[in-house]
Design a protein around this ligand. Sequence first.
Ligand code: GRG
Length: 297
Amino acid sequence: MEPIIELLNQTKEWFDPSLEGIFDDSNKDFITAKASMYSLCSGGKRVRPCFMYVVGRMLNCDMDDVLVFARSLEMIHTYSLIHDDLPCMDNDDLRRGKPTCHKVYGDNFATLAGDCLLNRAAELVLKLVMKKPQYAYAAYKMFQCSGIDGMLGGQDLDLSSAGHKISSEVLHELHTRKTGALLECAICTPVYLLDGDSSTEILRVLTNLSKNIGLAFQIKDDILDLTADEETLGKTAGKDLRDDKPTYATVFGVERAKLMLEAELDSAYANLDSIDYYGFDSKELRLIVDYVANRDR
Ligand code: GRG
């Protein structure tokens, strides 16, 4: 089995059983709870829990506490997908090959399910913070990364730039916020659990690495959309161009986008070397960077 698949499977074994504890007997029969669980358990890759799992173990964190944060982050990610698929946003009927939440439960309950997941994510993390107040900064960062200064702000930029030509700066800002913020949260939360808000060298390196991984993934996605054939890609090719969507490949051109990708990957490998230099084992993070570098779909 490919090492990255093995790592994702290991993450799922650690992570997925924790989803059973999100709702209890007093609320699990609400349609909103069912709609929330439908989207949480419909085949997500668990990329963000995987980052937390890898860094948490690398830094020797209390993995039960990491799990609480990983679960809340995946709940926030899921809420964003449910709302993103709604008719008033991207209006998608399918996600992960299955009907979207609003197709099964209706727009009203899908909206509530998104709200519920965000709200419950806060409840579950704050319950732990009441026992361990030293985790308050990690909780604060999680909701900052999801809000207007992170993912939600990125979605705003995405919607408000639709149909316009956007500058390379706005494109960069859009991705850094829309998908980068949660990836950064996933990679850095274990450091916040150990060190609170003190800025350490390892935090600086991991923050930079998360940006490298997020950008490299996006730039590669945009290049593949323009250059790969549909059979290799496993999805419709050339869709970004047809939808007139600004991407790294359409804004900068494929050749410049390739150079930008190389620069992000070089920086990612340099950051992995720094992690080893500081005495931690970057082996599993390296698997993730190798996967981003080598994937062709
Ligand atoms: C395999 C551990 C591992 C990492 C892969 C950085 C990365 C490398 C993947 C990031 C995926 C990402 C942020 C894509 C941007 C577009 C987007 C937000 C897609 C939806 O997020 P996914 O792909 O959704 O994480 P699922 O359905 O898996 O929950």
